[in-house]
Design a protein around this ligand. Structure first.
Ligand code: F6R
Length: 606
């Protein structure tokens, strides 16, 4: 996720801001930029070290704003890097989030004579403030007016060249922390760049605006009503602050699940018409209507997302779907033509095997699409069109929130393609409503994490684990096992529940636990029979089932309860306790959860 940092005080602002950006680097980013009223704006694509190279002698000034950009709209280029300014180069903005109504605002501003230099959503903000200042040249008032016009998410810091001491910060859905020093104040996306200067902080709430000078900090609502808020003392280390107070990035990223779903869905559903609006597919929408077949490619967790996607897309779009491992697809002679969609799923957008599959597909005339989290990554660039996840950077090596967003994006794609074909509007509306209800249900699951931790502790001495599931949850059996083995190094296997009797059942005894993913859906009765088979061999069973289902108690040793949603979306909820279970299991074993041995986050080799 982008990082913002701002300073106003007496000291060397340039040095403080660059230093602050360095402690925000962990968030992942693709370009950096800084603005000081006394020195101007400097930007660089790539790491903070590239920005440093551009200012060998340092910068002049005692206030400024700075930014690390993780691209959401527009490629990760220098032009698109923040800060962004208005026409006159006097209003400057750094922004973390997405302005949903930027297109209509941009059109209005262009009609009023504004020209835009970047393809970002953020750039509308300084222009909007500038436009309001034409009517009344009051920076603060104009900023409040502009904030009331934009829709979407933001953590923002704004500066006006002619009032260099003043920084205005605002929050809606993206975190903003105010640091209170002696004769100096700070704004940041999280406390990590502030802690070396002060431990007194104020957390802005959604819909709040802070106006800062070196000695004053005032907080207001968006209606300009004053808010009284006590400062808090932070006793975290910088490292803990980077993890949002969690012990590991993996836990932080699992806990981000609700926001991740919200961000993947944001602005993309028209529930009353049962439609999905996917801007990234617009230019190929016509061709998509003519397609006859889908092949999904991915590796590891992304491949398992594809397996669930297969069920969604086949059931609701009527298109035949196959799912292939990138690492196998590239060595076959796949039969493809210009009526085939080759859909790559990748968090990093750099996985070599998936990328080569896309290149092979292109050579054979397929229409290539991506569900990719990293904007501007190679797969995002090389596919014909695609859907960005908007999950924010994933730092823990084990993929968690990316999978939640991949499944959500697949559901959106299902509505999109389904509505071009056989899906009724009412069916689209039903899926849309269920999608919008997911964040709250994920929150409910996350609240049960202590019980999941206790269960993981109970089983942490096991040397083997089996995961079983069917239909929509078939892939989760493999994903649950992958999560456990990659971070706790124990033998874990996934198995389609119906396949047990064809071999794996032989492994089961009282020391071989099974986690059965058995929500009350269309294959629930079948799952119960499989659980019976295991119980008859004295195998301990943890069941993951629907909240309120007490019938299963007599068959199982432990139960993980999950709220109900429609069958096709149930895996988006079910995967969360599986991730938490693996996390606490590995933590109990004292392992390096975020950096498991032998693994890399981005696999750019064959
Ligand atoms: C497992 C995991 C990997 C990745 C795989 C694909 O937790 O993280 O299996 O899912 O390496 O990576 P991306 O999605 O970047 O293509």
């Amino acid at each position: 996720m982008c990082g913002i940092f701002a300073y106003t005080g007496e000291k060397d602002a340039g040095a403080i801001l660059i230093d602050g950006l360095t402690s925000l680097e962990y968030r992942g980013y693709d370009s950096a930029g800084i603005y000081l009223p006394d020195s101007g704006c400097i930007k660089a694509a790539g790491p903070v070290s590239e920005l440093r190279k551009k200012i060998p002698g340092g910068l002049k000034g005692h206030s400024g704003i700075a930014h690390l950009r993780w691209a959401t709209h527009g490629e990760p280029t220098e032009e698109n890097a923040h800060p962004h300014s208005g026409e006159a180069g006097e209003i400057w903005v750094v922004h973390n989030g997405i302005i949903e109504n930027f297109k209509e605002l941009k059109e209005k501003l262009q009609k009023a004579g504004h020209t835009f230099k970047s393809s970002t959503d953020t750039e509308v903000m300084p222009h909007l403030i500038e436009e309001h200042m034409k009517a009344e040249p009051d920076f603060e008032k104009a900023t409040f007016k502009a904030l009331n016009e934009i829709r979407g998410t933001y953590g923002m810091a704004i500066q006006y060249k002619n009032e260099p001491d003043k920084i205005i910060a605002a929050r809606m859905g993206a975190p903003v922390v105010i640091g209170l020093g002696e004769g100096e104040n700070f704004v940041a996306s999280d406390a990590s760049p502030i802690l070396r200067h002060t431990r007194q902080v104020v957390y802005l709430h959604d819909g709040e605006v802070a106006v800062l000078t070196p000695t004053i900090h005032s907080i207001y609502t968006l209606d300009a009503l004053k808010v009284e808020r006590q400062a808090e003392e932070v006793d975290w280390s910088t490292e803990v602050a980077q993890k949002g107070g969690y012990e590991h990035f993996m836990l932080k990223e699992i806990m981000e699940g609700p926001e991740v779903v919200e961000n993947t869905l944001r602005g993309r559903l028209i529930p009353e018409q049962g439609l999905a609006r996917l801007g990234g597919l617009e230019r190929v929408a016509g061709r998509l209507g003519e397609m006859e077949r889908i092949i999904i490619v991915g590796c590891g967790t992304a491949y398992y997302a594809g397996l669930t996607g297969e069920y969604m897309l086949e059931e609701f779009s009527g298109l035949p779907v196959e799912v292939e491992l990138g690492s196998e697809f590239r060595y076959r002679k796949p039969v493809l033509n210009n009526r085939t969609i080759l859909l790559a799923i990748s968090q990093s957008g750099e996985t070599a095997d998936t990328l080569e599959a896309i290149r092979e597909g292109k050579r054979r005339g397929a229409l290539t699409l991506g569900i990719v989290n990293t904007v501007g990554s190679t797969i995002a660039r090389e596919t014909d069109a695609g859907v960005y996840n908007h999950a924010g950077p994933e730092i823990g090596v084990a993929s968690t929130k990316a999978l939640v967003s991949q499944l959500t994006a697949l559901a959106l794609l299902t509505i999109f393609l389904g509505r071009q074909r056989t899906m009724a509007a009412s069916e689209g509306s039903e899926i849309a409503a269920a999608l919008l209800a997911l964040p709250e249900k994920i929150r409910m699951i996350l609240e049960t994490r202590e019980a999941i931790e206790a269960m993981a502790k109970k089983y942490a001495a096991s040397r083997d684990f089996l995961y079983i599931g069917r239909k929509y949850n078939y892939s989760l059996a493999f994903e649950g096992a992958l999560k456990l083995k990659e971070i706790s190094y124990i033998h874990a296997e996934g198995c389609g529940a119906g396949e047990m009797k064809h071999g794996p059942l032989a492994m089961i005894d009282e020391n071989f636990p099974t986690l059965a993913i058995a929500p009350q859906d269309s294959v629930y009765e079948k799952m119960l029979s499989n659980i019976q088979e295991i119980k008859a061999r004295k195998g301990p069973v943890i069941a993951l089932t629907t909240e309120g289902n007490t019938d299963i108690e007599s068959l199982t040793s432990d139960i993980l309860y999950v709220p109900k949603t429609i069958e096709m979306l149930q895996p988006i909820l079910n995967v969360v306790p599986l991730q938490l279970f693996a996390y606490y299991f590995a933590k109990e074993k004292g392992l390096n959860v975020d950096r498991p041995r032998n693994l890399a986050k981005s696999v750019t080799v064959e």
